[in-house]
Design a protein around this ligand. Structure first.
Ligand code: SAH
Length: 504
């Protein structure tokens, strides 16, 4: 349940604004229950409208989409009938459809401007606790009161539940208030991770039009609103086009839960429940936008091409890919007949198994096989097998190494293996602001991400220590402000003066 009160005079004008008569109890059928609007008080000085949603758990189970995961008992026993979840937000959008647009022919001025409002939600699932409610509603001009609901009043030592009693007070335009609730209830609930229809993004943009872009928590709100479905994560990743670290993508199961907050409660709203919701245009699991977006060249492809180009320029005849992951670069290198020897090394046996499968190692013709060496090894330990190649590649690898171990890697690659050329690529941390959905680093296994200055300082140190010279190239769209998404360093052995033929 939620209530909306006002003290505008006459307060009963709230009925006009909401397009619901204060004298009546009105019912609105929903696919998972019944929504009712009624007025516990309706006076000149104060008027309160209540929206109460009666969730029918059996209908909730029946209306679940087939693609939603089956949480067994959880689909029958859950908090949805008792808490102000995303279901209430969906009901609010349906019942107050016109009010949410700000249209009110009989009281246009009242609908257009801020009025004194008080909104209460007695039981609101609030992931992250009362502080989250402050973070989300505070910047929108609300005075927020959020009290944690104890798990059991009889046992205070058990602590708080994940529910809060929320009250919002402020001078806010009613349509804005409804849109705040429509977006932020599921965001606070953070369980709305059903399959995301392509139009879900549009809904968010429309409801958040006047306030979301300037909200300090817009990134968290957007991410939570859209849920953590793998399909969405894939869209985000596709937009990031970053995880050229594709080995992790291959190795790791889709991440659905926030490891910090544990598993989600069961109930979800399938898209069929959304008022005016269209049937899925693309099958579940397919990322929205994958079909209609113009094909763009993913960053990992650009990166591979940049590395191959630099190798071709250097005239290297043999190449070792250090931290080869699932072997995409190794495959491309094998396709270059001028290379007499190609090697791939990785610390992960699983990555190597994927690489062997991808390269069809078991069916590879002998002549090809003789050019290739694929083996397990750690780049932080000197290894004779790393030596003897014209060029070495460290593509998106250094950022996976703990900073205290980086010295060891430098010694192993630049000090011991000492190839004539070393190509290093790594994310440019400055570019991360261009990724809408990104919080923190680009990949959970990254130990650091360097700015351009940090990368260049590191490279300069390596040159001093081991007698190399270095040049830098951008990979991907070179943003005038923050630089390219990937930065690449081309190291040559010896000083720059005798580059191109010199040796030490
Ligand atoms: N170069 C590939 C993979 C990058 S992901 C690409 O660009 O697609 C980083 C890879 O480095 C992983 O496969 C990981 O297993 C490997 N790696 C990380 N630390 C390593 C170490 N100390 N020794 C060898 N490989 C390592």
């Amino acid at each position: 349940m939620l209530t909306i009160s006002t003290t505008v005079r006459p307060a009963t004008d709230l009925g006009f604004l909401l397009h619901k008569h204060p004298d009546r109890v009105q019912e609105f059928g929903q696919s998972y229950g019944t929504a009712r609007v009624f007025y516990p008080e309706a006076g000149e000085e104060r008027c309160t409208a209540a929206l109460m949603l009666d969730v029918d758990p059996v209908r909730l189970v029946r209306s679940r989409g087939r693609s939603t995961p089956d949480y067994a008992l959880g689909q029958y026993v859950n908090d949805r009938p008792y808490a102000a979840s995303s279901l209430l937000a969906v009901a609010l959008a349906d019942v107050f459809r016109t009010a949410r647009t700000g249209r009110c022919d009989s009281r246009p001025e009242l609908a257009a401007g801020p009025i004194p409002l008080e909104i209460t939600l007695p039981v609101l699932p609030c992931r992250g606790g009362p502080e989250m409610a402050h973070r989300f509603f505070g910047p929108l001009g609300w005075t927020v009161e959020a009290q944690a609901v104890p798990l059991d009043e009889g046992f205070p030592e058990w602590g708080d539940s994940r529910y809060v009693r929320l009250s919002l007070r402020g001078e806010v335009r009613l349509a804005d208030a409804l849109n705040h609730l429509y977006v932020l209830l599921p965001v606070l609930d953070d369980a709305k991770h059903y399959w995301i229809a392509p139009d879900e993004v549009d809904k968010l943009i429309r409801a958040g039009e006047s306030w979301l872009a300037a909200h300090p928590e817009r990134s968290l709100i957007t991410r939570r609103y859209l849920g953590r479905r793998w399909a969405l994560a894939r869209t985000a990743f596709a937009r990031l086009a970053e995880l050229g670290d594709d080995v992790e993508e291959d190795l790791e199961p889709p991440v659905e839960e926030d490891p910090a907050t544990g598993p989600e409660p069961a109930a979800e709203v399938p898209p069929s429940m959304e008022p005016g919701g269209e049937p899925p245009a693309v099958p579940a699991g397919e990322a929205p936008g994958e079909r209609d977006a113009a094909p763009r060249r993913p960053l990992n492809v650009l990166r591979r091409e940049a590395v191959l180009g630099a190798l071709a320029e250097s005239g290297a005849r043999s190449v070792i890919d250090l931290g080869c992951g699932s072997g995409q670069l190794v495959g491309a290198l094998l396709g270059r007949p001028e290379l007499t020897a190609v090697a791939g090394v990785d610390v992960s046996a699983q990555a190597l198994a994927i690489a062997a499968r991808r390269l069809k190692l078991d069916r590879m013709p002998d002549r090809q096989r003789e050019r290739l060496r694929l083996f397990q090894g750690a780049l932080t330990y000197t290894d004779d097998r790393f030596a003897g190649y014209d060029a070495a590649v460290l593509m998106e690898v250094v950022e996976h190494v703990d900073p205290p171990r980086l010295n060891a890697l430098e010694r192993v690659v630049f000090g011991a293996a000492r190839p004539g050329q070393v190509i290093v690529t790594t994310p440019n941390a400055e570019y991360n602001v261009r990724y809408d959905f990104l919080e923190g680093m680009r990949h959970p296994d990254h130990r650091f991400e360097w700015t351009r200055a940090e990368f260049q300082a590191w490279a300069a140190g390596v040159c001093r220590e081991y007698g190399y010279h270095v040049a830098f190239r951008p990979v991907g769209d070179d943003d005038p402000e923050v630089g390219p998404p990937t930065q690449m360093a081309l190291f040559g052995r010896g000083s720059a003066a005798n580059a191109g033929g010199g040796d030490d």
